[in-house]
Design a protein around this ligand. Structure first.
Ligand SMILES: NC(=O)c1ccc[n+]([C@@H]2O[C@H](COP(=O)([O-])OP(=O)(O)OC[C@H]3O[C@@H](n4cnc5c(N)ncnc54)[C@H](O)[C@@H]3O)[C@@H](O)[C@H]2O)c1
Length: 432
């Protein structure tokens, strides 16, 4: 159902809390659609922001915008002079802001939500909404009936293929949903182990970091609530006994180690990662699982499986699922073959949707291709952000993730982790 908030505001004045890869990327994107809307940002330091501006204005490169990298077109030159703060409370005190992006480390999301609620601003929150049971419930409590616009950044929701898949199921093209088989083999999995995301304290687990998107996609397509979850997980690829501060740049094995960014650059022509994403993937501090599976029981007896791994080779990655209904089957494939240039920008790639019905002749199968070359998250970044802007302007949107959806997805990830730790089936107990 489309979300509707009746709080039209004349001027959207945005501040970003946590100006790293996501925060800066989102500000650049918002500026593309609403030039001049960003007024300030807050971070512990402005290193990432300055490096991103240097790349963009210096070399015309958007690589520093990471997952949001294609979004910095025609950025105004004075964007780099945005007011900068290191303290959120000071920023709220001094700036006239009505909307905040929260894109800090995941462990801080709940505290930042609390501050934003105190100041009564619209909240564009990154996923996951939080990483502990207490904080997830806290965010839900704070935002459940909050009268301003609130969204959760499920970037794949705006992808045209996601919208089409949902419509096909809603329109009964595969009948009543029976089960789902979904997987995500991440071909850039080492990225998570080269930065702050590699420890539990910062992200909880990789379900909360990665699966939260896919679970939201499954939930949104089938339109049902999850009831119980069981899961398994282990760490078989990353972690070890190397020093925590070791990077590929200073390592003796930089031209021998198969995980070295330099070796991959030479052998496999993989673009070098950004300098701050070259930490050794065999570091001691790594304590999260790198492969996980879960099984889900939905209301009405519908079942689903989900698995994720973080060591697929560059051309061997894939994401998507098979949705089985009483009248047919729908295969959703977000990506498979794609081409990247030396700046890590994807120049060619597409998503595909295939629907095969029981009572249809073989060649009347539905086959749809969604080309997303040049854009992040399968075109979801742009359409998702346009959905958020519609909400901020008092309209409605089907593609801007809601807090309820963020809550359910986070609860599923926490339940799966609890199942791994306790060896038991976990009931979701959603406080709806
Ligand atoms: N929706 C998506 O597809 C997507 C993609 C990437 C990241 N994310 C999410 O975005 C968030 C940030 O991830 P990222 O990849 O941008 O990481 P990042 O490290 O690039 O950025 C995080 C920023 O938060 C800042 N920060 C930390 N503590 C702070 C504080 N107390 N006050 C203000 N700023 C503070 C850090 O200095 C850093 O600049 C995470 O929650 C992550 O899950 C979402």
């Amino acid at each position: 159902m489309a979300m509707k908030k009746n709080n039209k505001i004349n001027e959207i004045r945005i501040a970003c809390i946590g100006a790293g890869c996501s925060g800066v990327g989102q500000m650049m994107l918002l500026e593309r659609f609403l030039p001049g809307c960003c007024v300030a940002f807050c971070d512990l330091n402005r290193n990432y922001f300055d490096a991103a501006m240097e790349e963009y204005f210096g070399q015309g490169s958007t690589a520093m915008a990471g997952d949001f990298k294609s979004d910095a077109q025609n950025l105004r030159s004075d964007f780099r002079n945005l007011q900068f703060y290191t303290d959120v409370d000071e920023m709220f005190k001094k700036e006239n802001i009505n909307t905040a992006i929260i894109a800090t480390f995941c462990s801080l999301h709940a505290d930042m939500v609390e501050k934003c609620v105190k100041h009564g601003v619209n909240i564009l929150l990154e996923k996951p909404i939080a990483i502990t049971e207490g904080d997830v419930e806290k965010v839900w409590r704070l935002l459940k009936n909050y009268p301003k616009v609130t969204t959760v950044n499920f970037t794949m929701r705006g992808a045209p293929v996601s919208v089409a898949a949902k419509e096909h199921v809603r329109n009964g093209h595969i009948g009543k949903i029976v089960s789902v088989q979904y997987s995500n083999n991440v071909h850039y999995g080492d990225y998570y182990f080269r930065r702050w995301m590699r420890i539990k304290e910062n992200i909880g687990n990789l379900f909360l970091q990665k699966a939260t998107h896919d679970l939201d996609i499954i939930n949104s397509i089938i339109g049902l609530k999850p009831v119980k979850i069981a899961a398994f997980g282990s760490r078989l690829v990353y972690g070890g006994d190397m020093p925590n501060d070791l990077t590929c740049d200073i390592c003796d094995k930089k031209m021998i180690c198969p995980m070295s960014v330099h070796k991959r650059f030479l052998d496999a022509a993989r673009p070098l990662t950004a300098k701050h994403e070259r930490k050794c993937v065999y570091a001691k501090e790594i304590d999260i699982d790198d492969n996980q599976v879960m099984i889900i029981q939905y209301e009405g007896g519908v079942t689903a499986t989900y698995s994720q791994s973080f060591n697929a080779p560059p051309q061997g990655g894939g994401r998507g699922g098979t949705f089985i209904g009483t009248d047919g089957i729908m295969e959703l494939k977000y990506y498979g073959d794609y081409e990247e240039n030396s700046k890590n920008e994807i120049t060619k790639g597409s998503s595909q949707l295939n629907i095969t019905k029981f009572n249809a002749k073989p060649s009347s199968r539905i086959h749809e291709v969604y080309d997303w070359a040049g854009h992040g998250h399968f075109d979801g970044n742009e359409y998702g952000m346009l959905g958020k802007i519609d909400l901020l302007k008092g309209g409605s949107s089907d593609v801007a993730g809601t807090v309820e959806e963020g809550y359910i997805s986070a609860k599923m990830c926490l339940a799966a982790q609890k199942s791994i730790e306790t060896g038991s089936v976990v009931s979701l107990n959603l406080n709806m």
